[in-house]
Design a protein. Sequence first.
Length: 419
Amino acid sequence: MDHFSYKNGVYHAEDVAIPDIAKAVGTPFYCYSSATLEHHYKVFSQAFSDVDAKICFAVKSNDNLAVLATFARLGAGADVVSGGEIRRARKAGIKGENIVFSGVGKTAEEMSYALDEGISQFNVESEPELLLLNDVAISKSKVARIAIRVNPDVDPKTHAKISTGQKESKFGISMVHALPVYRLANSLSGIDVQGVSVHIGSQLTTLEPFSQAFSRLRNFVNDLRSEDIIVTTLDLGGGLGITYGKEQPPLPEFYAEIVKRETKDLGIKLLFEPGRVLVGNAGIMVTKVIYVKQGENRIFVIADAAMNDLIRPTLYDAYHEIISIIPPSGDTPTELVDVVGPVCETGDIFAEQRLMKIPKTDDLIAFRSAGAYGAVMAGTYNSRLLIPEVMVRGDKFSIVRERQTYEELLGRDKLPEWL
Ligand SMILES: *Cc1c(COP(=O)(O)O)cnc(C)c1O
Protein backbone atom coordinates (compact mmCIF):
# COMPACT_ATOMS: atom_id res chain seq x y z
CA MET A 1 0.00 0.00 0.00
CA ASP A 2 1.32 3.44 -0.88
CA HIS A 3 0.05 7.00 -1.14
CA PHE A 4 0.99 7.64 -4.77
CA SER A 5 -1.97 7.78 -7.13
CA TYR A 6 -3.72 9.61 -9.96
CA LYS A 7 -6.08 12.40 -9.02
CA ASN A 8 -7.95 14.13 -11.86
CA GLY A 9 -5.55 12.55 -14.34
CA VAL A 10 -2.37 13.81 -12.65
CA TYR A 11 -0.05 11.64 -10.56
CA HIS A 12 0.11 12.75 -6.94
CA ALA A 13 2.19 11.97 -3.88
CA GLU A 14 -0.47 12.16 -1.17
CA ASP A 15 -2.21 15.47 -1.97
CA VAL A 16 0.60 17.09 -3.92
CA ALA A 17 0.62 17.01 -7.72
CA ILE A 18 4.01 15.82 -8.98
CA PRO A 19 4.23 18.57 -11.68
CA ASP A 20 4.07 21.17 -8.89
CA ILE A 21 7.15 19.65 -7.29
CA ALA A 22 8.90 19.45 -10.67
CA LYS A 23 8.19 23.13 -11.20
CA ALA A 24 9.71 23.99 -7.82
CA VAL A 25 12.82 21.80 -7.82
CA GLY A 26 13.43 20.87 -11.46
CA THR A 27 14.06 17.33 -12.65
CA PRO A 28 15.10 14.66 -11.91
CA PHE A 29 14.22 14.24 -8.23
CA TYR A 30 13.26 11.66 -5.65
CA CYS A 31 9.94 12.06 -3.90
CA TYR A 32 9.03 10.33 -0.63
CA SER A 33 5.61 10.06 0.99
CA SER A 34 5.55 10.49 4.79
CA ALA A 35 2.21 8.72 5.10
CA THR A 36 3.60 5.69 3.28
CA LEU A 37 6.74 5.59 5.43
CA GLU A 38 4.61 5.77 8.56
CA HIS A 39 2.15 3.18 7.31
CA HIS A 40 4.89 0.68 6.48
CA TYR A 41 6.60 1.17 9.82
CA LYS A 42 3.34 0.69 11.69
CA VAL A 43 2.39 -2.47 9.82
CA PHE A 44 5.82 -3.97 10.48
CA SER A 45 5.99 -2.97 14.13
CA GLN A 46 2.42 -4.04 14.86
CA ALA A 47 3.24 -7.52 13.62
CA PHE A 48 5.61 -7.78 16.60
CA SER A 49 3.63 -5.76 19.15
CA ASP A 50 3.01 -8.86 21.28
CA VAL A 51 6.68 -9.81 21.68
CA ASP A 52 9.81 -8.08 23.02
CA ALA A 53 11.08 -6.61 19.76
CA LYS A 54 13.04 -3.59 18.57
CA ILE A 55 12.95 -2.39 14.98
CA CYS A 56 16.21 -0.91 13.77
CA PHE A 57 15.73 0.64 10.34
CA ALA A 58 18.54 -0.32 7.94
CA VAL A 59 19.97 3.12 7.21
CA LYS A 60 21.83 1.93 4.13
CA SER A 61 18.53 1.52 2.25
CA ASN A 62 17.73 5.24 2.59
CA ASP A 63 19.89 7.53 4.69
CA ASN A 64 18.01 10.79 4.25
CA LEU A 65 17.80 12.55 7.62
CA ALA A 66 14.10 13.30 7.12
CA VAL A 67 13.39 9.62 6.50
CA LEU A 68 15.40 8.64 9.58
CA ALA A 69 13.66 11.29 11.69
CA THR A 70 10.25 10.06 10.49
CA PHE A 71 11.04 6.58 11.78
CA ALA A 72 12.76 7.89 14.92
CA ARG A 73 9.56 9.68 15.90
CA LEU A 74 7.70 6.39 15.64
CA GLY A 75 10.17 4.77 18.01
CA ALA A 76 12.51 3.09 15.55
CA GLY A 77 16.17 2.40 16.15
CA ALA A 78 18.78 2.15 13.41
CA ASP A 79 20.96 -0.52 11.86
CA VAL A 80 24.13 1.11 10.56
CA VAL A 81 27.13 -0.06 8.57
CA SER A 82 29.58 2.85 8.86
CA GLY A 83 30.67 5.75 11.00
CA GLY A 84 28.86 8.04 8.59
CA GLU A 85 25.60 6.21 9.13
CA ILE A 86 26.03 6.41 12.91
CA ARG A 87 26.39 10.17 12.55
CA ARG A 88 23.23 10.33 10.43
CA ALA A 89 21.22 8.21 12.86
CA ARG A 90 22.39 10.32 15.82
CA LYS A 91 21.60 13.55 13.98
CA ALA A 92 18.09 12.26 13.24
CA GLY A 93 17.56 11.84 16.96
CA ILE A 94 18.19 8.10 17.32
CA LYS A 95 20.01 7.33 20.55
CA GLY A 96 23.10 5.13 20.61
CA GLU A 97 21.26 2.61 22.76
CA ASN A 98 18.89 2.07 19.82
CA ILE A 99 21.59 1.58 17.20
CA VAL A 100 23.14 -1.71 16.07
CA PHE A 101 26.34 -1.67 14.07
CA SER A 102 26.69 -4.21 11.24
CA GLY A 103 29.27 -4.63 8.48
CA VAL A 104 32.30 -6.78 7.62
CA GLY A 105 34.89 -4.02 7.66
CA LYS A 106 34.51 -1.86 10.75
CA THR A 107 37.68 0.16 11.36
CA ALA A 108 39.20 0.95 14.76
CA GLU A 109 38.17 4.56 14.28
CA GLU A 110 34.54 3.59 13.64
CA MET A 111 34.55 1.23 16.63
CA SER A 112 35.92 3.96 18.86
CA TYR A 113 33.27 6.43 17.73
CA ALA A 114 30.53 3.81 18.12
CA LEU A 115 31.68 3.11 21.68
CA ASP A 116 31.61 6.85 22.43
CA GLU A 117 28.04 6.96 21.15
CA GLY A 118 27.00 4.00 23.32
CA ILE A 119 25.95 1.76 20.44
CA SER A 120 23.72 -1.03 21.75
CA GLN A 121 25.27 -3.88 19.79
CA PHE A 122 28.16 -4.55 17.43
CA ASN A 123 27.32 -7.35 15.03
CA VAL A 124 30.78 -8.87 14.73
CA GLU A 125 31.54 -10.68 11.49
CA SER A 126 35.01 -12.18 11.99
CA GLU A 127 37.57 -13.18 14.61
CA PRO A 128 40.04 -10.41 13.71
CA GLU A 129 37.21 -7.88 14.05
CA LEU A 130 36.40 -9.29 17.48
CA LEU A 131 40.01 -8.97 18.63
CA LEU A 132 40.32 -5.42 17.33
CA LEU A 133 37.05 -4.40 18.97
CA ASN A 134 38.28 -5.89 22.25
CA ASP A 135 41.51 -3.86 22.01
CA VAL A 136 39.69 -0.64 21.15
CA ALA A 137 37.21 -1.12 24.00
CA ILE A 138 39.95 -1.86 26.55
CA SER A 139 41.95 1.17 25.43
CA LYS A 140 38.90 3.32 26.19
CA SER A 141 38.05 1.46 29.42
CA LYS A 142 34.77 0.42 27.87
CA VAL A 143 33.02 -2.84 27.16
CA ALA A 144 31.54 -3.51 23.72
CA ARG A 145 28.24 -5.36 23.65
CA ILE A 146 28.28 -7.77 20.76
CA ALA A 147 26.42 -10.34 18.76
CA ILE A 148 28.21 -12.51 16.26
CA ARG A 149 26.71 -12.55 12.82
CA VAL A 150 26.35 -16.17 11.90
CA ASN A 151 25.99 -17.44 8.39
CA PRO A 152 23.31 -20.14 8.34
CA ASP A 153 24.15 -21.26 4.77
CA VAL A 154 20.66 -20.75 3.41
CA ASP A 155 19.84 -19.84 -0.18
CA PRO A 156 17.56 -16.79 0.01
CA LYS A 157 16.40 -17.33 -3.60
CA THR A 158 16.99 -13.73 -4.54
CA HIS A 159 19.41 -11.91 -6.89
CA ALA A 160 23.04 -13.10 -6.46
CA LYS A 161 24.23 -9.56 -5.69
CA ILE A 162 21.92 -9.32 -2.68
CA SER A 163 22.38 -12.85 -1.28
CA THR A 164 24.41 -12.75 1.92
CA GLY A 165 23.78 -15.94 3.87
CA GLN A 166 25.50 -18.67 1.87
CA LYS A 167 28.87 -20.34 2.44
CA GLU A 168 30.50 -18.36 -0.36
CA SER A 169 29.45 -15.02 1.09
CA LYS A 170 31.87 -12.61 2.77
CA PHE A 171 29.33 -11.99 5.52
CA GLY A 172 29.15 -13.54 8.96
CA ILE A 173 30.79 -16.66 10.40
CA SER A 174 29.49 -20.12 9.59
CA MET A 175 27.63 -21.75 12.45
CA VAL A 176 30.26 -24.44 13.01
CA HIS A 177 33.04 -21.90 13.20
CA ALA A 178 31.04 -19.43 15.24
CA LEU A 179 30.98 -21.55 18.39
CA PRO A 180 34.73 -21.27 19.10
CA VAL A 181 34.56 -17.55 18.33
CA TYR A 182 31.83 -17.20 20.95
CA ARG A 183 34.05 -19.03 23.46
CA LEU A 184 36.87 -16.65 22.63
CA ALA A 185 34.56 -13.63 22.90
CA ASN A 186 33.42 -14.80 26.31
CA SER A 187 37.01 -14.75 27.52
CA LEU A 188 37.76 -11.17 26.42
CA SER A 189 37.49 -8.43 29.01
CA GLY A 190 36.53 -5.71 26.52
CA ILE A 191 33.67 -7.76 25.13
CA ASP A 192 30.21 -8.47 26.51
CA VAL A 193 28.51 -11.23 24.55
CA GLN A 194 24.80 -10.50 24.36
CA GLY A 195 23.38 -12.03 21.21
CA VAL A 196 23.36 -13.70 17.85
CA SER A 197 22.63 -11.98 14.56
CA VAL A 198 21.82 -13.05 11.04
CA HIS A 199 20.93 -11.44 7.72
CA ILE A 200 20.57 -13.80 4.78
CA GLY A 201 19.80 -11.45 1.92
CA SER A 202 17.51 -8.83 0.53
CA GLN A 203 14.28 -8.76 -1.47
CA LEU A 204 13.17 -12.20 -0.27
CA THR A 205 9.75 -13.02 -1.62
CA THR A 206 9.13 -16.36 0.10
CA LEU A 207 9.17 -17.39 3.73
CA GLU A 208 11.04 -20.72 3.41
CA PRO A 209 14.58 -19.26 3.53
CA PHE A 210 13.69 -17.23 6.65
CA SER A 211 12.09 -20.26 8.19
CA GLN A 212 15.18 -22.41 7.55
CA ALA A 213 17.58 -19.76 8.80
CA PHE A 214 15.60 -18.98 11.96
CA SER A 215 15.21 -22.62 12.86
CA ARG A 216 18.98 -23.15 12.52
CA LEU A 217 19.46 -20.04 14.61
CA ARG A 218 17.22 -21.35 17.37
CA ASN A 219 19.28 -24.53 17.59
CA PHE A 220 22.42 -22.46 17.65
CA VAL A 221 21.16 -20.31 20.53
CA ASN A 222 20.40 -23.49 22.45
CA ASP A 223 23.92 -24.79 21.71
CA LEU A 224 25.40 -21.57 23.09
CA ARG A 225 23.24 -21.68 26.17
CA SER A 226 24.21 -25.27 26.84
CA GLU A 227 27.79 -23.95 27.14
CA ASP A 228 26.67 -21.25 29.55
CA ILE A 229 27.19 -18.50 26.99
CA ILE A 230 24.55 -15.93 27.81
CA VAL A 231 22.40 -14.89 24.85
CA THR A 232 19.72 -12.27 25.44
CA THR A 233 19.23 -10.76 21.96
CA LEU A 234 18.50 -12.32 18.63
CA ASP A 235 18.94 -10.01 15.65
CA LEU A 236 17.07 -11.44 12.67
CA GLY A 237 18.27 -8.86 10.14
CA GLY A 238 16.16 -7.52 7.30
CA GLY A 239 15.44 -8.85 3.87
CA LEU A 240 11.67 -8.91 3.50
CA GLY A 241 10.84 -8.17 -0.13
CA ILE A 242 8.43 -5.74 -1.75
CA THR A 243 6.36 -5.64 -4.92
CA TYR A 244 8.20 -3.96 -7.80
CA GLY A 245 6.26 -5.73 -10.53
CA LYS A 246 4.58 -9.10 -10.20
CA GLU A 247 6.20 -10.30 -6.95
CA GLN A 248 3.88 -11.25 -4.13
CA PRO A 249 6.07 -11.11 -1.04
CA PRO A 250 4.64 -12.30 2.26
CA LEU A 251 2.96 -9.67 4.41
CA PRO A 252 4.84 -8.70 7.59
CA GLU A 253 2.23 -10.53 9.68
CA PHE A 254 3.08 -13.86 8.01
CA TYR A 255 6.80 -13.20 8.35
CA ALA A 256 6.10 -12.47 12.03
CA GLU A 257 4.32 -15.80 12.40
CA ILE A 258 7.44 -17.64 11.26
CA VAL A 259 9.60 -15.58 13.60
CA LYS A 260 7.35 -16.22 16.57
CA ARG A 261 7.07 -19.92 15.82
CA GLU A 262 10.87 -20.28 15.84
CA THR A 263 11.67 -18.02 18.78
CA LYS A 264 8.80 -18.22 21.26
CA ASP A 265 10.52 -20.75 23.53
CA LEU A 266 13.79 -18.84 23.70
CA GLY A 267 12.71 -16.00 26.00
CA ILE A 268 14.84 -13.59 24.01
CA LYS A 269 14.69 -9.97 22.87
CA LEU A 270 14.27 -9.75 19.09
CA LEU A 271 15.92 -7.16 16.89
CA PHE A 272 14.96 -6.50 13.27
CA GLU A 273 16.81 -4.57 10.59
CA PRO A 274 14.23 -3.95 7.86
CA GLY A 275 15.20 -1.55 5.11
CA ARG A 276 13.53 -2.05 1.76
CA VAL A 277 10.15 -3.14 3.15
CA LEU A 278 9.82 0.19 5.01
CA VAL A 279 11.03 2.61 2.34
CA GLY A 280 10.99 0.89 -1.07
CA ASN A 281 7.44 1.71 -2.03
CA ALA A 282 7.45 5.04 -0.20
CA GLY A 283 9.56 6.72 -2.87
CA ILE A 284 9.52 7.42 -6.60
CA MET A 285 12.06 9.00 -8.91
CA VAL A 286 10.66 11.56 -11.30
CA THR A 287 12.42 12.38 -14.54
CA LYS A 288 11.72 14.36 -17.69
CA VAL A 289 11.90 13.00 -21.20
CA ILE A 290 14.62 14.81 -23.16
CA TYR A 291 14.26 13.06 -26.51
CA VAL A 292 12.42 10.19 -28.12
CA LYS A 293 14.93 8.72 -30.54
CA GLN A 294 14.01 6.34 -33.33
CA GLY A 295 16.91 3.88 -33.55
CA GLU A 296 17.50 1.29 -36.28
CA ASN A 297 15.04 -1.14 -34.78
CA ARG A 298 14.27 0.30 -31.37
CA ILE A 299 12.63 3.38 -29.93
CA PHE A 300 14.69 5.03 -27.18
CA VAL A 301 13.04 7.21 -24.58
CA ILE A 302 15.94 9.29 -23.29
CA ALA A 303 15.29 10.64 -19.80
CA ASP A 304 17.17 13.30 -17.84
CA ALA A 305 17.84 10.77 -15.06
CA ALA A 306 20.48 8.10 -15.49
CA MET A 307 22.14 5.10 -13.92
CA ASN A 308 24.12 7.39 -11.62
CA ASP A 309 20.82 8.54 -10.07
CA LEU A 310 19.16 5.09 -9.87
CA ILE A 311 21.56 2.22 -10.40
CA ARG A 312 19.28 -0.68 -9.50
CA PRO A 313 18.22 -1.63 -13.04
CA THR A 314 21.79 -1.96 -14.28
CA LEU A 315 23.30 -3.33 -11.06
CA TYR A 316 20.62 -5.85 -10.12
CA ASP A 317 18.64 -6.23 -13.35
CA ALA A 318 15.90 -4.66 -11.26
CA TYR A 319 12.44 -3.94 -12.58
CA HIS A 320 10.82 -0.58 -11.78
CA GLU A 321 7.32 0.21 -12.91
CA ILE A 322 7.37 3.32 -15.11
CA ILE A 323 4.37 5.58 -15.10
CA SER A 324 3.47 8.78 -16.91
CA ILE A 325 2.79 11.64 -14.52
CA ILE A 326 0.09 12.86 -16.93
CA PRO A 327 -0.92 9.90 -19.12
CA PRO A 328 -0.61 10.62 -22.85
CA SER A 329 -3.91 11.00 -24.68
CA GLY A 330 -5.84 7.91 -25.74
CA ASP A 331 -4.72 7.93 -29.38
CA THR A 332 -0.99 7.89 -28.48
CA PRO A 333 0.59 4.72 -29.89
CA THR A 334 1.69 2.02 -27.45
CA GLU A 335 5.05 0.50 -28.40
CA LEU A 336 7.96 -1.44 -27.00
CA VAL A 337 10.59 1.12 -26.01
CA ASP A 338 13.93 1.26 -24.22
CA VAL A 339 13.96 3.85 -21.45
CA VAL A 340 17.53 5.05 -21.05
CA GLY A 341 19.58 7.83 -19.47
CA PRO A 342 22.16 10.19 -20.99
CA VAL A 343 25.23 8.53 -19.40
CA CYS A 344 27.83 7.24 -21.85
CA GLU A 345 27.44 3.57 -20.94
CA THR A 346 25.49 0.92 -22.75
CA GLY A 347 24.37 -0.25 -19.30
CA ASP A 348 22.58 3.04 -18.68
CA ILE A 349 19.20 1.46 -19.28
CA PHE A 350 16.22 1.68 -16.93
CA ALA A 351 13.96 -0.61 -18.92
CA GLU A 352 14.49 -2.64 -22.06
CA GLN A 353 11.61 -3.31 -24.45
CA ARG A 354 8.98 -1.94 -22.11
CA LEU A 355 5.47 -1.65 -23.49
CA MET A 356 4.29 1.90 -22.96
CA LYS A 357 2.48 4.80 -24.55
CA ILE A 358 5.24 6.75 -26.24
CA PRO A 359 5.90 9.92 -24.29
CA LYS A 360 6.93 13.26 -25.81
CA THR A 361 9.82 15.58 -25.09
CA ASP A 362 9.31 17.35 -21.72
CA ASP A 363 6.79 14.76 -20.47
CA LEU A 364 7.34 13.68 -16.88
CA ILE A 365 7.65 9.99 -16.14
CA ALA A 366 8.40 8.28 -12.83
CA PHE A 367 10.03 5.10 -11.63
CA ARG A 368 7.99 3.64 -8.83
CA SER A 369 9.39 1.75 -5.83
CA ALA A 370 12.56 3.84 -5.81
CA GLY A 371 12.62 4.63 -2.08
CA ALA A 372 15.13 1.90 -1.18
CA TYR A 373 18.67 1.68 -2.60
CA GLY A 374 17.86 4.63 -4.85
CA ALA A 375 19.22 8.02 -3.77
CA VAL A 376 21.68 6.37 -1.37
CA MET A 377 23.47 4.67 -4.26
CA ALA A 378 23.64 7.77 -6.45
CA GLY A 379 26.94 9.06 -7.74
CA THR A 380 28.24 11.79 -9.97
CA TYR A 381 29.54 9.73 -12.92
CA ASN A 382 29.73 11.85 -16.08
CA SER A 383 29.97 14.88 -13.74
CA ARG A 384 26.25 14.78 -13.16
CA LEU A 385 24.93 16.53 -10.07
CA LEU A 386 23.37 14.52 -7.24
CA ILE A 387 19.63 15.04 -7.52
CA PRO A 388 17.35 16.45 -4.83
CA GLU A 389 15.00 14.55 -2.54
CA VAL A 390 11.59 15.87 -1.59
CA MET A 391 9.28 14.66 1.15
CA VAL A 392 5.52 15.07 0.95
CA ARG A 393 3.19 15.24 3.91
CA GLY A 394 -0.49 15.73 3.08
CA ASP A 395 -0.73 18.80 0.85
CA LYS A 396 2.76 20.07 1.71
CA PHE A 397 6.19 19.18 0.46
CA SER A 398 9.68 20.01 1.59
CA ILE A 399 13.10 19.64 -0.02
CA VAL A 400 14.88 17.20 2.28
CA ARG A 401 18.13 17.02 0.32
CA GLU A 402 19.13 19.76 -2.07
CA ARG A 403 20.39 19.33 -5.56
CA GLN A 404 24.17 19.42 -5.61
CA THR A 405 25.70 22.52 -7.20
CA TYR A 406 28.49 22.67 -9.74
CA GLU A 407 30.57 24.58 -7.18
CA GLU A 408 30.23 21.63 -4.80
CA LEU A 409 30.95 19.14 -7.56
CA LEU A 410 34.10 20.87 -8.81
CA GLY A 411 35.15 22.28 -5.45
CA ARG A 412 36.62 18.98 -4.22
CA ASP A 413 39.24 18.88 -6.95
CA LYS A 414 42.57 20.62 -6.43
CA LEU A 415 45.29 21.26 -9.00
CA PRO A 416 48.80 20.29 -7.96
CA GLU A 417 51.25 23.18 -7.68
CA TRP A 418 53.10 22.19 -10.88
CA LEU A 419 50.14 22.79 -13.15
C1 LIG B 1 21.16 -4.48 3.86
C2 LIG B 1 21.00 -4.99 5.24
C3 LIG B 1 19.75 -4.94 5.87
C4 LIG B 1 18.50 -4.43 5.20
O1 LIG B 1 18.08 -5.29 4.18
P1 LIG B 1 16.66 -5.05 3.47
O2 LIG B 1 16.58 -6.11 2.47
O3 LIG B 1 16.66 -3.69 2.89
O4 LIG B 1 15.61 -5.20 4.52
C5 LIG B 1 19.67 -5.39 7.17
N1 LIG B 1 20.75 -5.87 7.82
C6 LIG B 1 21.97 -5.93 7.25
C7 LIG B 1 23.12 -6.45 8.02
C8 LIG B 1 22.13 -5.51 5.94
O5 LIG B 1 23.34 -5.58 5.37
